[in-house]
Design a binder for this molecule. Structure first.
Ligand SMILES: *Cc1c(COP(=O)(O)O)cnc(C)c1O
Length: 423
């Protein structure tokens, strides 16, 4: 049996109906933008392995930092102790985060970063004996798969089975072009009621919804409305963080900053699972008390794992090089040129680009479901052509490692053009 066959004996994969699922290729090696399977087939990783890997696979700088840390101090508990890498990483983050972010809380993955953000906002009001127990979120949002994050998420496929056990969340339409006024009005009416602790959103781009984009000006308006009504704002930058949108954070496009930010995916350059929730001073102060009951009783065994912190420090240093910043601009320019070329294609409904993110919606006669037949046909076509992409329904997107070469990018574009002929 090969690896793919042995895999099926014991492994239960995420988001997978094993009865109808296709074969899972076994990847055995990665370098830069390329991955190789057990049969020696080569693939371009056009989605940076679920948006985690901006600097390429098997990056030497990050690998060296991890090795050094593993042989110096691989882990120490963060409850009651600290270590140099957490101190250094928090200091580094303070240099690059919006200036209102003052406190850093470490965890392990995007969902837990969201849990911490939501718990921080809910308990802030609880500590003050105020009854603000509900959350506001976008329709079609995705914030992760743990219970709090799932409650905030709006894609029913992921949450329907657990609906009766979830925190109360009220939804606002995504303020895409034409929906801005409606979204603002609904938000304004909600925040009047004193019921809400926080508004959580994916800033400027909703990833899992299909790279749905909206304008910074409208988000600034929504944040302002929340601030005027004492509702905290949480920017879930798990997908958008660390350069994806062309700036370090999507929140860098905003003049009015969110109170809380969630970071994970590209934090360690796709090496070690780690996440961060950052808070403004006001929320931290709401826990700061002589009474231990007012503390944030949340923690994970591997909180602020030193090896993860070392990987994050190396990743951020890579992101800050001129070379990487140039790569981000280059990928953006190539995306814009391809968008110009493809947007009037008869099978293309819309296209959108922000930073290193490109998305194209294919015209369909009927609504395409998330994991529908078009998606599978496209996925297989890309794999046959040596490209790893995960279309979402009828939406094809590219979110490549920033170091993808121009030739590789052109191959991805050409394959998308060819794919339009088979759907
Ligand atoms: C992926 C994602 C999450 C969840 O992160 P996990 O590490 O998969 O738990 C949360 N929010 C956004 C915006 C994401 O893209």
């Amino acid at each position: 049996m090969n690896l793919s066959e042995r895999d099926l004996l014991y492994n239960w994969h995420p988001y997978t109906q094993h009865k109808t699922a296709q074969f899972h290729p076994a990847i055995v090696r990665g370098k830069d933008s390329l991955l190789w399977d057990e049969n020696g087939n080569e693939f371009i990783d056009a989605i940076a392995s679920w948006w985690v890997n901006p600097f390429g696979h098997s990056n030497q700088v990050i690998a060296d930092a991890i090795y050094k840390q593993l042989t110096t101090l691989e882990h120490v508990l963060f409850g009651g102790f600290t270590h140099d890498k957490a101190v250094l990483l928090s200091e580094k983050l303070m240099e690059i985060l919006p200036s209102n972010q003052k406190k850093i809380f470490y965890s392990d993955n995007g969902s837990t970063a969201v849990e911490v953000a939501i718990k921080g906002c809910l308990q802030y009001f609880y500590n003050k004996d105020k009854k603000r127990t509900k959350i506001i979120a976008f329709e079609d949002a995705f914030h992760g798969d743990t219970f709090g994050a799932m409650a905030a998420s709006g894609i029913s496929l992921y949450t329907e089975a657990f609906k009766s056990s979830l925190l109360e969340v009220v939804r606002v339409p995504i303020p895409t072009q034409g929906n801005e006024q409606k979204a603002i009005e609904i938000l304004e009416n909600l925040v009047k009621t004193d019921d809400y602790a926080a508004f959580i959103f994916e800033p400027l781009v909703l990833g899992a919804a299909g790279m749905v984009m909206y304008k910074p000006e409208i988000l600034e308006k929504m944040i302002t409305i929340c601030k005027q009504n004492n509702v905290f704002t949480i920017a879930d930058e798990v997908m958008t963080g660390f350069g994806k949108t062309g700036k370090t954070f999507a929140s860098d496009y905003l003049h009015i900053k969110p109170d809380v930010m969630c970071l994970s995916k590209a934090l360690t350059g796709g090496t070690i699972p780690m996440a961060i929730t950052t808070f403004c001073q006001e929320i931290y102060d709401g826990f700061y008390d002589d009474d231990i009951d007012k503390a944030l009783f949340h923690g994970h065994t591997f909180t602020a794992n030193p090896t993860g912190c070392a990987a994050a420090l190396a990743s951020i240093s890579l992101l800050q090089t001129d070379e990487m910043q140039h790569n981000i601009q280059r990928v953006n320019a190539s995306h814009l040129a391809f968008e110009e070329k493809i947007k009037n294609h008869p099978k293309v409904k819309t296209t959108r680009v922000l930073g290193t993110i490109f998305a194209l919606e294919i015209k369909t006669k009927t609504a395409e479901s998330y994991y529908g037949t078009m998606r599978t046909k496209l996925f297989n076509f890309f794999m046959e052509n040596g490209i790893i992409m995960r279309p979402i329904g009828n939406i094809v997107y590219i979110l490549p490692p920033y170091i993808i070469t121009e030739n590789q990018l052109q191959k991805v574009y050409q394959t998308i053009e060819n794919a339009l002929e088979i759907v």
